[in-house]
Write a protein that binds this ligand. Sequence first.
Ligand SMILES: Nc1ncnc2c1ncn2[C@@H]1O[C@H](COP(=O)(O)OP(=O)(O)O)[C@@H](O)[C@H]1O
Ligand SMILES: [Mg+2]
Length: 307
Amino acid sequence: MEELAIQTDRLSKTYDGSNYALRDLSIDVRQGEVFGFLGPNGAGKTTTVKLLNGLLKPNGGSCSVMGLSSTLRSPEVHRICGTMTESSKMYGQMTGMENLIFFAETSDIAMPKAKERAEELLKRMDLWDARDKRLGAYSTGMAQRLSLARTLVGNPRILFLDEPTSGLDPESAKSVNSLIDSLARDEGVTVFLCTHQLRYAQDLCERYAIIEKGKLLVSGSIESIAKGARIFIKAAVRVPDRDQLEGFERDSGGWWKTDLLREEDMPRLLKKLVTDGHDIYEAKILKPTLEDVYFQYVRSGNGEVLQ
Ligand SMILES: Nc1ncnc2c1ncn2[C@@H]1O[C@H](COP(=O)(O)OP(=O)(O)O)[C@@H](O)[C@H]1O
Ligand SMILES: [Mg+2]
């Protein structure tokens, strides 16, 4: 069986000895997947990333990356993990190129390899034309892409991205997201993505964990999470103007909607409508979105689990 990229087993952390920032977290992340780690502010996402990187010691439970215990704080754990947090700092008075070479060298990559790696990443991150500009003169989006490049200098197997697109305009966020996507797809890098930007997460991630107040609420694919929360796919049809359509509810856009247990039930449903004498202008299947399922579990930070 293939080794898991990340594993936590009843992982717990308290900073003050009484309140738990993280309590009994057990999750598995497979190699090469983009895993969405979701939760409101203060949920324990950054704490989890720090524990997995070996920067914090757990008060209970254990965690590992590529089968190696994170708590060993070994150089090997360090090599496996590339981490970009909101507080990742680089040098504003140095150019993009100088910054990357500097961080390559601190990852034990010597010249001329360090320069090669810096050049390759600057091109990849679409920063080649800005390579000799001071970081201080970069836009927020450019600085974020350089930060992502820095994370990649040591060729990590696992990329930890803690809110990588927070504070970015939609255009820049989109470009960072497509970089993340291609890293996972083309290079088999495992991505652990902490975010509360659900729309982006849905485009990128294969599986998720949702945490709140240090506790895991649910984990799995969007389909399995939706099923657990009893959120179904829906059929939507547009028919000639009418006041009622039996078994359907009308939404504000004029579509009539009903729950479907399975996609395979759609043809039968449509056939029945036609047999019953209804004209159908349009029909579509609506799958639950990440927002739908997220807000079923997390109610704007007040810790209630709806189920
Ligand atoms: N260094 C710290 N000292 C004390 N409490 C902390 C520290 N870092 C985080 N916390 C607390 O731990 C909880 C989880 O925080 P954090 O992991 O940063 O959440 P998230 O990244 O999901 O916003 C919060 O209640 C936060 O206040
Ligand atoms: Mg955080």
